[in-house]
Design a protein around this ligand. Structure first.
Ligand code: C2E
Ligand code: CA
Ligand code: CA
Length: 567
């Protein structure tokens, strides 16, 4: 039986090209040739054309026009096309490629070249076909997977099925209170890296078995959401979470794996049955995230405040840029008193956000968010400038001023122009550096001690006083003190709170006061609220006082009035 040859369409060839192509490919292809567009289309329609050679050097047929039409025809545009142009007509070659030809050769045709080029474009076309076929296949597999309901490794329901089953269960038992439990193994990745994959799989299968056992299919359902994340949906009176953790601990221990396998759980009590199950799982997971990395607490319940916090943080990020432009941020000033002289010796600028809808938002809420997304650098600079304006206004009015301290959040130390910015401010408002005191916390020191030491030395050379904020609240305060010449220590509020009840706290504070004196540093205690606290502190030595006992942070206008009164 004669071999069936693939079909080639030769379009617009003159006699020379025609005979060349016949000579070269005659034994490998059934070659159909035509010299006008209509005939070419008839041939395409009647035959399963595998490849096309289009001659562009024949005045009898406009091959470029033919290429253009082919490229727009869904039926034929995938057929690989080789163009033939006259020698020296590089422009024609370029145009042919733009119109969809995959390659071109020049006439008279060189056999080696045309074979090579045609081979190339056919291989390319086949490759493309494979890619398309593979994508099609993947799509089918995906669709099939959606029909498969269980996870092949553990036999638990997969994510989609779990959502579906749990929703049905909750709907059928709407009067029964339910929990969604989200479970996760700590550092499972490490376990997988440390041991064989089989060990990881064994852990997952063993855990899945346990979950399946405690979930009676009549009333409960379990699933594996991804990797080492499991979910359970079960009636509240069935779940004893302490027991669950204990039992799974025992089971994991029985596997005798040298690494501790610890499960952590977030629990969402189903309050709103109409909430989609995936969102219930998100909430349970939110609760879980709260205790992640904490080895003492192994589970946590979701409470509404978590969601509120999330929403609030989202609002803060959404509104911050506009708020700054819209002047929603302002500074308050909290006076710092010196009991010996009964005078105001300084003040701290504290930012406030007056949100048009939410009212006043406390910095305790937005500062951590801004420290997370970098906006704090902009806000701090705004605060510093506001302080400079305030000082300039008092000086212009011929009034006495005290130096004002500002907070310099740690992210500022990554700005190359931090010092330049501060110096420019001082120049712009015609102030002197001692009027602006810089409060730094040890977190900046922990990030990058060397860099901080160098910048702080530059601050001091430029004449800015440097304060160490929240002294004693962290771990490395003493290290920082050892390395950096600090002007003033601000003792953390937590200490002051303790001194009324704790002899030890008093002793430690007494030592800090002595230390400050020894190192010729000033000292401020924050958060002094009562007369008792004040008396304890003033008995320890020369200590300046910042706290509600004397004054809360005040709006600039009120602070001015207070200053005038004390003057
Ligand atoms: P901080 O720098 O330690 O500021 C002292 C905080 O203690 C202020 O809270 C102040 O209002 C409060 N406080 C003062 N005296 C008392 C008292 O007697 N009792 C109590 N309970 N609190 C007192 P505030 O204004 O809410 O600021 C909280 C924190 O937010 C600040 O702690 C600081 O870390 C940050 N912050 C505030 N303004 C700025 C700012 O402009 N930039 C940066 N980076 N952080 C700021
Ligand atoms: Ca501060
Ligand atoms: Ca502080």
């Amino acid at each position: 039986m004669a071999k069936v040859l693939p079909v080639m369409l030769l379009a617009g060839a003159d006699d020379n090209v025609h005979s060349d192509v016949e000579r070269i490919f005659g034994g490998e292809y059934s070659i159909f040739s035509a010299n006008n567009e209509q005939d070419c289309f008839n041939l395409l329609e009647q035959n399963d054309v595998q490849t096309m050679i289009v001659a562009l050097n024949n005045p009898e047929m406009d091959g470029f026009h033919f290429l253009e039409i082919i490229a727009q025809d869904e039926r034929y545009k995938k057929i690989p096309v080789l163009a033939i142009i006259n020698q020296g007509d590089s422009e024609g070659g370029e145009r042919a490629m733009k119109l969809g030809a995959a390659e071109f050769v020049t006439s008279p045709v060189n056999e080696t070249t045309i074979r090579y080029r045609l081979g190339n474009i056919i291989a390319r076309a086949e490759n493309e076909k494979h890619i398309i076929e593979k994508a099609e296949k993947d799509k089918q597999i995906d669709a099939m997977n959606r029909y498969i309901e269980v996870d092949s490794l553990t036999g638990l329901y997969n994510r989609e099925t779990f959502y579906k089953r749990a929703a049905a269960l909750l709907k059928a038992n709407s009067e029964v209170p339910y929990y969604i439990v989200y479970l996760d193994i700590s550092a499972f990745k490490v376990i997988n890296d440390l041991f064989h994959t089989e060990t990881g799989n064994l852990i997952l299968k063993t855990a899945a078995n346990y979950f399946k056992n405690i979930c009676n299919p009549q009333v409960a359902v379990s699933g594996r959401i991804e990797a080492d994340h499991f979910v359970l949906c079960l009636p509240q009176d069935i779940l004893n979470i302490d027991r669950l953790i204990k039992e799974i601990d025992n089971i994991m221990r029985s596997l005798r794996i040298s690494q501790n396998i610890l499960f952590f759980a977030g629990v969402y009590p189903v309050i709103d049955v109409n909430l989609p199950v995936d969102q219930m799982c998100d909430r349970a997971r939110m609760a879980l995230n709260k205790i992640k990395g904490n080895y003492i607490t192994r589970y946590a319940y979701y409470d509404a405040s978590m969601r509120e916090r999330l929403l609030r943080d989202q609002m803060i990020v959404r509104d911050m840029e506009y708020a700054l432009k819209d002047n929603q941020f302002t500074i308050f000033l909290q006076p710092i008193y010196r009991p010996e002289t009964n005078s105001i010796v300084s003040a701290e600028a504290l930012v406030r956000w007056f949100h048009p809808e939410s009212g006043m938002i406390s910095p305790g809420f937005f500062i951590p968010v801004f420290e997370g997304n970098g906006f704090i650098v902009k806000l701090d600079r705004f605060v510093w400038e506001s302080v400079c304006k305030f000082l300039r206004a008092r000086l212009n009015a011929g009034k006495k001023i005290v130096p004002v301290s500002v907070n310099v959040s740690r992210l500022n130390f990554y700005s190359f122009d931090l010092l330049i910015f501060l110096l420019n401010l001082i120049k712009k408002y015609d102030l002197e550096p001692w009027m602006l005191k810089l409060e730094v916390t040890e977190s900046a020191y922990i990030d990058n001690p060397k860099q901080l030491i160098s910048i702080i030395n530059q601050f001091k050379e430029s004449g800015f006083p440097v304060l160490m904020d929240d002294f004693g609240a962290g771990y490395s305060s003493f290290n920082m003190l050892k390395d950096i010449q600090i002007d003033v220590l601000k003792v953390d509020m937590a200490f002051v709170r303790e001194i009324e009840h704790s002899e030890r706290a008093r002793t430690i504070l007494q030592m800090i006061v002595a230390l400050a004196q020894e190192l010729k540093m000033g000292i401020v205690t924050e958060g002094v609220e009562t007369k008792t606290q004040l008396d304890y502190i003033t008995n320890m030595g020369f200590v300046d006082i910042q706290g509600y006992y004397f004054s809360k942070p005040l709006p600039v206008k009120e602070f001015n009035e207070l200053m005038d009164k004390y003057e």
